[in-house]
Design a protein around this ligand. Structure first.
Ligand code: NDP
Length: 254
């Protein structure tokens, strides 16, 4: 169990106040970590942290917009001050704006890239000093199967997620000497608020997805706890620069 034991570790999970982020945060807490949830919505964040607390787990919430560099740096500094450092960072906050490429405004493009990709750079840079001082760390970024495939409505989203896969490889090579492992998780179709919107917007999406997913079901947020624990613990100490698909076989089908 030592391989999957996160007792005493401090984890920051952006977008940890809901959806997949909260599913992973719960997993890390159950493995012994203290999870700091970062998000914009304080009410949702306090509720999520209290829910974990009520189950005897260690969690707290910090309000920050991951597109705001100063807010990200303040959030990390406050975690270091309160908890003594950071061992695990999960770059999970993400948004999708679904439109045909010709209808996208430049502001919308920047919003998706800033939230999904640039935030991972800012947060990773912000935790580097603390991880290095603690002798190592784990950085996990949440991409998507749309890092590998195109879809007509996903020009900015796919670009941001494809960028995260390459970001993961580059950072892994740069920080391997600091004993910081950098990996990504690529979710398939998961039942969260993000896909509620997609299902409402894209006609026939539900049927198309069920037809394409070999597991014949939507992913659940709980499906991400195991991958997050593996990539956060000693079990993955020689795993770096990789992207792990958690998609019910969607990408394997080609
Ligand atoms: P949700 O919409 O349920 O959750 C997204 C989270 O990101 C929210 O908690 C939200 O918090 C946070 N967030 C968004 N923008 C910001 C911001 N600017 N600053 C801080 N926090 C922010 O989505 P999912 O749980 O489904 O998605 C989580 C990740 O998984 C995303 O990166 C997404 O792209 C990826 N993913 C999801 C898939 C799916 O099918 N659901 C498939 C593939 C990838 P708040 O409300 O406080 O802003």
């Amino acid at each position: 169990m030592r391989l999957f034991d996160l007792t005493g570790r401090v984890a920051i999970v952006t977008g940890g106040n809901g959806g997949i982020g909260l599913g992973m945060a719960r997993g890390l807490c159950e493995a012994g970590a203290h999870a700091v949830l970062v998000g914009r919505n304080r009410e949702k964040g306090d509720q999520a942290a209290s829910g974990l607390d009520a189950d005897g787990l260690k969690a707290s919430f910090i309000e920050a917009d991951v597109t705001d560099e100063a807010a990200c740096r303040r959030a990390v500094a406050s975690v270091v001050a309160a908890q003594g450092g950071v061992d695990i960072l999960i770059n999970n906050a993400g948004i999708a704006i679904r439109k045909q490429p010709e209808d996208y405004t430049l502001a919308e493009w920047h919003k998706v890239l800033d939230t999904n990709l640039t935030s991972a750079f800012i947060m990773s840079q912000a935790v580097h000093t603390s991880m290095k001082a603690r002798g190592g760390g784990k950085i996990i970024s949440i991409g998507s199967v749309l890092a590998l495939f195109g879809a007509p409505f996903s020009v900015a989203y796919s670009s941001s997620k494809g960028g995260l896969v390459q970001f993961t490889k580059a950072l892994a090579t740069a920080w391997a000497p600091d004993n910081i492992q950098v990996n990504a998780i690529l979710p398939g179709w998961i039942d969260t608020e993000l896909t509620v919107a997609a299902r409402a917007q894209v006609e026939g999406l539900e049927a198309k997805i069920m037809d394409r997913v070999p597991a014949k079901r939507w992913g659940k947020v709980q499906d991400f706890a195991g991958a997050a624990i593996f990539l956060s613990g000693a079990a993955s100490d020689f795993v770096t620069g990789t992207s792990l698909l958690v998609d019910g076989g969607f990408a394997a089908q080609g």
